[in-house]
Design a protein around this ligand. Sequence first.
Ligand code: C2E
Ligand code: MG
Ligand code: MG
Ligand code: MG
Length: 290
Amino acid sequence: LLLPMGLLVSTVLVGIVIWVSRQRLSPEKELAIAIRRREFVVHYQPIIDLSNGRCVAAEALLRWRRPDGRWIRPDLFIPLAEDTGLISPLTDLLIERVIEDQAELLRADRGLHISINISARDLESGRFLPVLSDAVARSGIEPSQIWIEATEQGFIRAEIAASAIKAARAAGHMVAIDDFGTGYSSLSLLQGLPLDALKIDKSFVEAIATDAATSVVTPHIIDMAHGLKLRIIAEGVETREQEAYLRAAGVPLAQGWLYSRALPAAEFAAFRQGRNAEGDDSSTDAGRGH
Ligand code: C2E
Ligand code: MG
Ligand code: MG
Ligand code: MG
């Protein structure tokens, strides 16, 4: 009797050990703990006015810095957060960090804007908007200084997306559709949404001046955005050739490694100051990379 008893106990013990280690390794648990411990910082990628080369905005991009010093890319943790419902507290944290980082700069310069990414889940629940409005009101910045980027996946349920976008615009924010051309939304859906701006995905920028099949599509996206009276922001601009093309096509705003990668808040402030202090030079040589 002793032998099977011992076997049973050890089996149970091994089971518990495996269960505990699985719990510890579950990415969802890890993410939840990381949010509670606020292991996230926001980096800011400059957005450039192509007509004069000035930095007029930045896109806020979340970075997860683990206690062991490893950085985890948003491509990995954002989808996990979306699938597990953790995106809501993560978006709250994003809003808090952005206001904390940028309120002073935004108050000092009403011409500066920060663009934040809002997930489909956030749009659906609508919970981010009162959180954002409250943070904006308390910090004394203008609602129009915060832009909202929503990915096309967020627009699959058209009526929900439309009412969320309307509410955000009524609160004073500019709303852009992100990664345009890569999602599932139809053109008719896009036409029906009350958007202000469209971000051309970097895959279409990358195709400019190449013989890739997508290069045929890029001018049509730009034409369509103009036709719909949407402001255009090009993302992933890496070369002067791409920049020249976009400027000639009437695209007003661009971001990409040609100008800068996403920077910690203090470095972004310095970048912007340096760039905008260049004065009259910048209007004649807006394409200068940094
Ligand atoms: P996105 O919103 O399309 O952001 C642009 C991504 O392109 C960023 O990647 C940026 O670092 C990268 N990028 C910028 N310029 C260039 C360039 O010239 N060349 C290339 N190859 N890449 C460039 P990142 O920071 O890894 O973010 C990935 C995605 O994660 C974002 O794509 C966005 O969808 C999502 N994300 C990031 N932060 C947040 C957030 O706070 N909330 C939500 N919901 N999603 C976020
Ligand atoms: Mg974005
Ligand atoms: Mg994008
Ligand atoms: Mg993109």
